[in-house]
Write a protein of this length. Structure first.
Length: 501
């Protein structure tokens, strides 16, 4: 067990939580709401608004009588390139139908019309204009307040306990201690370790590093999805739904060069290829206006963000670039969110349920957080009698005066240059060597909050590079220019565990 900070819990402000849910996106809020409805009192620990809030597109669900969960499963498998875990995928598409009813009873009001997005064979994506995530977040947040669920503002720092969860240390104007026997990680992914990303900067993925330090495996960290249409030099994402409605992707000559409704990895690499050739790439929304779709009404968030940046999507195409968007890999969990560490659960983007395989199908991520957050709550309801918090105190002291020789921005540039949309052996080896050199003297680092964050984010980057180097093939979002085809011997999950700390 490795702790990065110095602490003594007997001297810290202390409280108890029956269940602590770390994160307030759709996965965390669903888990907390269902626990409360089951008669358990969860506490939510959050550092603020995360990716759910910023999700524009929607949530996929096969409710139309002309559609089926089976077709939804086939579309997901097609995108996942042979790595989707069939048992959890069936849970996703089947139970998603039930869980959408929960969203509605919790106050989410979807638009009457569903839409189609890349990789789907049917318009099964439920949306609220272009701010579906915000609408879901606000409805669930209001429901949590109505139920009296306690919320703490702060950031997870350490998970305490030798072989089971016994508490956590978090930071809120100083270190604080919570005694708990059940902890749910719902902390989001790690796409922000890349220089170009659609993620908000506070969603950094460092909780995955904390999990690694507890001896928990990461599954498939090499699979990072790059969204094709992020506005150049920003983190403003232009939703898949825009292309579903008829927007086109064009080069600087105004010519289409890719089918916009192909899975994201296909579209993103086609754009990346043009950019590498020195061309500009644009998304053209003017055809939507020609079809009678008023951008300010159908896509009010995107329209206002573009206007704030000085673009007029009614009159001009918008310059775009691919950017890291979704971390497909994550903490190893079972179908109920349980990790291999007693009392620790994970849901949402920080977990790897296996439903996405090698490439996430558009609008399946909100569904995953909803379905498996619900299942985790029911599992915890049954487990809670075996997860009593102890009365132990914990202390750790680590000397250190040095500062890291690199910054988070240095790490992001390294990942973008050597481990982004196109990867090859020599680049990955160079990145791995440099990162290991940066981490060589970590024991001498001063035990500050900032250094703990950088260390844990770096562990996730280490996992991503390491498994990308191991996967000598191209599959889904993982593209190796030196191994451009799928290889049967790699049609399996990768596993990363931390050794030698």
């Amino acid at each position: 067990m490795v702790y990065l900070l110095s602490f003594n819990t007997s001297k810290l402000p202390t409280e108890k939580a029956e269940v602590l849910v770390c994160g307030s996106g759709i996965g965390g809020l669903t888990t907390a709401l269902v626990l409360k409805e089951l008669g358990i009192n969860p506490v939510i620990l959050t550092r603020g608004i995360g990716n759910t809030y910023y999700s524009q597109g929607g949530i996929a669900c096969a409710l139309d009588p002309r559609d089926s969960a089976y077709l939804h499963m086939l579309d997901t498998q097609r995108a996942g390139r042979g790595l989707c875990k069939e048992d959890t995928l069936r849970i996703l598409v089947d139970e998603g139908i039930q869980r959408l009813a929960d969203l509605k009873r919790w106050g989410v009001e979807f638009d009457e019309e569903t839409t189609i997005e890349g990789g789907h064979s049917f318009p099964r994506v439920f949306k609220v204009k272009d701010y579906t995530g915000r609408a879901i977040y606000q409805a669930l947040w209001e429901r949590a307040k109505a139920l009296g669920i306690r919320v703490l503002m702060g950031e997870l720092q350490e998970i305490l306990g030798e072989d089971k969860v016994e508490g956590v240390i978090y930071y809120d104007n100083g270190l604080k201690f919570i005694r708990t026997g059940a902890l749910v990680l719902a902390t989001g992914g790690a796409a922000s370790i890349f220089l170009k990303t659609s993620n908000p900067t506070k969603v950094r993925g460092d909780a995955l590093g904390i999990a690694l330090r507890k001896g928990i495996n990461l599954i498939n960290p090499e699979f990072v999805q790059f969204h094709p249409t992020v506005v150049k030099d920003t983190n403003i994402l232009i939703s898949e739904a825009v292309r579903g409605e008829g927007a086109t992707i064009v080069d600087q000559k105004g010519e289409r060069f890719v089918d916009e409704l192909q899975p994201r990895d296909t579209v993103a690499r086609a754009i990346y290829k043009k950019l590498k050739e020195g061309q500009e790439v644009f998304i053209d929304l003017r055809k939507l206006e020609e079809k009678g779709i008023r951008l300010e009404e159908r896509f009010p968030t995107i329209y206002s963000l573009l206007r704030e940046r000085g673009y007029d999507p009614k009159r001009e195409p918008i310059p775009i670039t691919p950017a890291a968007h979704y971390f497909i890999g994550g903490v190893e969990v079972d179908a109920y969110g349980r990790t291999t560490f007693t009392g620790l659960y994970a849901v949402g983007e920080c977990a790897c349920t296996g439903v996405h395989g090698a490439n996430r199908l558009a609008s399946n991520s909100l569904l995953e957080g909803l379905v498996f957050g619900y299942r985790a709550a029911y599992r915890i309801y049954h487990d809670i009698n075996f997860l009593k918090p102890s009365e132990n105190n914990f202390s750790h002291h680590r000397e250190g005066k040095a500062m890291p020789s690199y910054t988070f921005e240095d790490l992001r540039r390294l990942m973008w240059e050597y481990c982004s949309l196109e990867r090859k052996e020599e680049d990955l080896k160079r990145a791995l060597k440099r990162l290991k050199e940066w981490l060589e003297n970590w024991r001498d680092w001063e035990p500050t909050i900032e250094n703990r964050q950088l260390f844990d984010i770096s562990l996730v980057a280490l996992a991503t590079i390491s498994r990308a180097l191991w996967r000598k093939e191209s599959r889904g979002v993982h593209h190796r220019s030196d191994y451009p085809f799928e290889r049967e011997e790699f049609r399996k999950d990768s596993l990363y565990c931390l050794e030698g700390l």
